[in-house]
Design a protein around this ligand. Sequence first.
Ligand code: NAI
Length: 291
Amino acid sequence: MVQAIGIIGAGQMGNGIAHVAAQSGYNVVMVDMNPASLEKALKTIDKNMARQVEKGKLSEDDKATALARITTTTAMKDVASCDLVIEAATENEEVKKKIFRELDETLPANAMLASNTSSISITRLAAVTTRPEQFIGMHFMNPVPMMKLVEIIRGLATSEETYQRVVEVAERMGKTVATSEDVPGFIVNRLLLPMLNEAAYALQDGVADVKSLDTAMMLGAGHPMGPLTLADFIGLDTCVAIMRVLHSELGDSKYRPCPLLVKFVDAGWLGKKTGKGFYDYSDPANPQPYR
Ligand code: NAI
């Protein structure tokens, strides 16, 4: 049974995965090459757990126990005692391949490797290791402590045993699993991003204004957030990057990024994180459509 989990990368996703893993009883070793990221991750986890305590979802004692299960380090070799290592480092294929080569050399033969990548082929990452049958995709959603889904992605060589063991880990973390083939975008991004891209096309084509498009999908399709608001939340640069991956890897013109979306990115209007996208967030409580 998996008892200790290594996490590579202590950014937005890494700290969320460490949070739920520690809270679910796993010992966690969190690695980042940047000590400042580790410090920030621990502060974020502490703050997010404090919020759970305030809401009565976690006791002070359980919070302290969970935090005590997390150790941080800048040395990759410190994950040597982990049964499973989940990589959540920067979305760059060469960076990830280097990490997996090093993990493959460091870890005992029975340890499993997982990547949280959004767009890189699991089969291709697995191929740089000597254990592709023990390699799998574990795609958590942001913010990890709040979102129930984990997409599990089997590479071409992933064994049934690895799949079953990793599903068990995800379920012990309180998550629900959806299993995807190793294809660009997996399930969620394959369906969601073309919808957001289409909303940008609808705006470009003058079908309706920003507010009407969002309102229509919220009240007419039951979405909790309109597509343009959601695109701003994800980051318009991220949306374009995912569309480019779908377009180039699937080779179908239906995935071409909307020119208006690309124009927003060219302007540096990347959505909520830059204060401006389809909406202007100068007054965060009352975002205004850009025009
Ligand atoms: P981030 O930029 O917040 O964090 C990445 C961290 O990795 C940084 O702290 C960086 O110092 C560290 N890092 C980079 N190279 C490293 C190395 N060689 N060794 C150790 N640490 C290293 O990125 P974020 O958003 O957390 O994304 C991480 C992964 O999760 C990416 O693969 C991304 O595609 C995926 N993902 C992101 C989602 C999101 O909404 N942000 C959602 C689902 C998956």
